[in-house]
Design a protein around this ligand. Structure first.
Ligand SMILES: Nc1nc2c(c(=O)[nH]1)N[C@H]1C(S)=C(S)[C@@H](COP(=O)(O)O)O[C@H]1N2
Ligand SMILES: [Mo]
Length: 205
């Protein structure tokens, strides 16, 4: 059998390192598919507000200008959709969940779970442990540009280490919960947590 030539050796080494970043059952894509359970809502920043809710009250609420004035963080990360595409090295800018907590004067999250609520009615549940420590943000820019409406603009949740359905587009309210609950896809047969590395696609996986 022929030995691989040097260039082929380099190629296979690069593919190996990309494959290390590919969770089980996923394939790589370079385009950016759009997946929405309903139509893209017509969101105007003039009447946009983001709320952080605990029980019957709002711990914090930000208008668009107030939100844009919060500390900005850039994250470069891979994203994994449960429909099996993975996109490497996506670049996002926004406000980390940690900085939202800081902005309302909280050192510690008040409850262990969050439900994200969106324009259009979509919801998704995420443990707070998966939002803190720089793991998640409210993203308003993609690749240096304002986030396109179809991709969740003006702002979406980004929780890239979980399947991408957790990254709620058009997010408007993060509601703390004492106990876990299930959001839109989670109550339609999808896994409540959704770790792509454990292939937690469906309930029971
Ligand atoms: N509000 C809202 N957020 C959503 C969805 C949705 O239908 N509505 N779809 C989810 C799913 S299943 C995926 S894979 C990603 C897709 O994001 P994209 O369209 O930017 O690729 O958004 C997630 N967030
Ligand atoms: Mo998805």
């Amino acid at each position: 059998m022929d030995e691989p030539s040097a260039p082929r050796g380099f190629r296979s080494r690069r593919q190996t390192s990309e494959n290390n970043r590919l969770p089980p059952g996923q394939y790589l894509t370079t385009d950016f598919p759009i997946l929405s359970a309903g139509p893209t809502p017509d969101v105007r920043v003039a009447d946009w507000k983001l709320g952080l809710q605990l029980g019957g009250s709002l711990l914090g609420v930000w208008t668009w200008d107030e939100f844009e004035a919060l500390p900005q963080t850039t994250i470069k990360t891979d994203i994994h959709c449960v429909t099996k595409w993975t996109k490497l090295d996506t670049s996002w800018q926004g406000v980390t969940f940690d900085d939202l907590l800081k902005a309302v004067g909280l050192e510690e999250p008040p409850e262990a779970y969050v439900m994200a609520h969106c324009d259009g009615g979509y919801t998704t549940n995420v443990p707070v442990a998966d939002l803190i420590g720089g793991k998640a943000m409210i993203a308003s820019r993609y690749d240096g540009l304002p986030l396109a409406p179809a991709h969740g603009g003006p702002a979406r949740l980004l929780v890239p280490h979980l399947y991408f359905w957790k990254s709620a587009k058009w997010v408007r309210r993060l509601r703390f919960m004492a106990e876990d609950d299930r959001g839109f896809w989670e109550s339609r047969g999808y896994h409540s947590y959704g770790d792509p590395w454990k292939e937690q696609r469906y309930d029971g996986d």
